[in-house]
Design a protein around this ligand. Structure first.
Ligand SMILES: Nc1ncnc2c1ncn2[C@@H]1O[C@H](COP(=O)(O)OP(=O)(O)O)[C@@H](O)[C@H]1O
Ligand SMILES: [Mg+2]
Length: 466
């Protein structure tokens, strides 16, 4: 199972969302607790006021502790809600009035001597406050204790409303935070995405340093990218020099040796010596050709990345190549006819186009029988312009040889691929590769077919006008 690579945006979003959710939850809990304690304090205050006013009404008359519960003392509790109110008064430990079984808080008293408690009474939760006051009866101190309790229904109702509002508040907080998180995470990865887009938009030949403005954290990345690009351009420039140098160093001595071998052969009389010199010359031809093609191919690969765009006339290019290969064709009595209009102008790399066309013509000569004809036809390419708005030109090389082996198709344009008909002919399987790469680098293509007028091959270089 392949794992998806981690995404900065997703990670950042998830973490911040989690943090926002925690904060929203915390906010909710704080609000609820605060509201609960405020509500509790206000209920406690009323209960306390009630207890105080009842306590104050206690007095000793005729040696008896009496209490006259003021109306307001209990009414103030009833005002708040429909909650039930209970009270109880005792003198020392003797029950005086009210609900005798009302529990009395036994916790420590607060600063004002009040005790508060929450308890269950008659099936309801109640809040009780109690306080004591010392009275003097017959010269002896007595303690009057008053407890007032109230059910907590009203308080729960208020808390429920607050709970709902706090939940809305928390959810709203989370929603706003989520929007900020998503936009924030996007803003964080924006410069990264912009950099990636600007680098991947570049053409293969664009080796300028990256100048996009990036945040400080990304500067080391851009700096190393630029150092890498600089190293690459230096290496490429060095390889170009190397290729030119190598081509020169390999071809020149081979040509010298070949010339010497021919001179020597002319001086030889013995047929066996002549035969071995002939073999040597053929081997020299073969290696010089292979070396040339390998270097040509390397040169084509390199130059397609740095294509030159010069205006050029295809008929000049064709005629020059034909002139160069005429001697080879002459050896097989092959006639080459050229049909190329003079007013056509293409834009492209003359060295590459010459190499491509040269390879096609070389193939035609190699694979043609003696005393046959090769025609080179340059003309507009009808139908092509409907697919693309540009005009295309076609340079066709037609021979009368055996044609391409059936079923080989595009396979022969692969590097080092040779057909079944190539046995006994010198070659390295790079000719069609070079031609196709050159065509593609110019925005055109290579077409392989049969001679429309009988036996033979027809290979076309199709190139856009500009
Ligand atoms: N004009 C042609 N007629 C017949 N076969 C051809 C022709 N041109 C190329 N081919 C076939 O395509 C193969 C690949 O051509 P190429 O890449 O130029 O390699 P090479 O010429 O070194 O064999 C050749 O081996 C041959 O089988
Ligand atoms: Mg070839």
């Amino acid at each position: 199972m392949s794992r998806r690579p981690p995404s900065i945006r997703r990670r950042l979003t998830l973490r911040l969302l989690l943090a926002s959710a925690l904060l929203a939850g915390l906010l909710f809990i704080i609000v609820i607790n605060f509201a609960r304690s405020v509500a509790q304090v206000s209920q406690d205050n009323i209960l306390e006021a009630s207890v105080t006013s009842i306590l104050e009404s206690a007095s000793v008359q005729k040696g008896r502790v009496g209490i006259d519960i003021p109306y307001a003392a209990l009414a103030m509790l009833g005002n708040v809600s429909d909650d039930r109110v209970f009270y109880r008064v005792s003198v020392d430990d003797t029950h005086l009035t009210g609900y005798p079984d009302l529990p009395v808080p036994d916790g420590p008293p607060d600063d004002h001597g009040r005790r508060f408690e929450t308890a269950d009474y008659l099936g309801d939760e109640i809040r009780i406050v109690s306080a004591s006051r010392k009275l003097a009866r017959d010269g002896h101190p007595v303690w009057v204790t008053v407890s007032v309790a109230q059910t907590r229904g009203g308080l729960q109702n208020i808390l429920q409303v607050i709970w709902r509002n706090a939940a809305f508040l928390g959810a709203g907080f989370f929603a706003i935070a989520a929007v900020l998180v998503v936009t924030g995470a996007q803003a964080t990865v924006d410069p990264l995405e912009r950099l990636a887009a600007s680098v991947s938009r570049r053409g293969p030949q664009d080796l300028r340093p990256v100048e996009a403005e990036v945040p400080v954290e990304m500067e080391p990345l851009v700096a190393s990218l630029n150092r890498f690009i600089a190293r690459l351009s230096t290496t490429l420039a060095q390889s170009e020099d190397f290729m030119a140098e190598a081509a020169h160093r390999v071809r020149t001595p081979l040509a010298t040796v070949r010339a010497q071998a021919e001179v020597a052969m002319a001086r030889m009389d013995k047929p066996e010596n002549r035969a071995s010199l002939g073999d040597m010359i053929r081997a020299l031809d073969e290696s010089s050709r292979a070396a040339s093609q390998l270097l040509d191919h390397a040169m084509v690969t390199f130059r397609t990345d740095q294509l030159e765009h010069q205006p050029l006339h295809p008929h000049e290019l064709i005629e020059e190549t034909v002139r160069r290969l005429q001697p080879v064709a002459g050896l097989k009595d092959i006639a080459i006819s050229v049909e190329a209009p003079r007013d056509v102008e293409l834009v492209g790399d003359a060295i590459l186009l010459q190499s491509a066309f040269g390879n096609l013509l070389d193939n035609a000569i190699k694979y043609s029988p003696h005393e046959s004809d090769i025609s080179v036809i340059c003309g507009p390419c009808p139908g092509e312009s409907t697919a693309e708005p540009r005009d295309f030109w076609r340079i066709q090389v037609i021979d009368q040889g055996p044609g391409f082996p059936t079923g080989t198709g595009k396979r022969l344009t692969k590097r080092f691929a040779r057909g079944s008909n190539s046995e006994g002919t010198v070659g390295s399987g790079l000719g069609l590769t070079i031609a196709e790469e050159v065509a593609r680098a110019h925005g055109g293509r290579l077409e392989i077919g049969r001679n429309p007028e009988g036996d033979g091959a027809c290979v076309s270089l199709i190139l856009p006008v500009s």
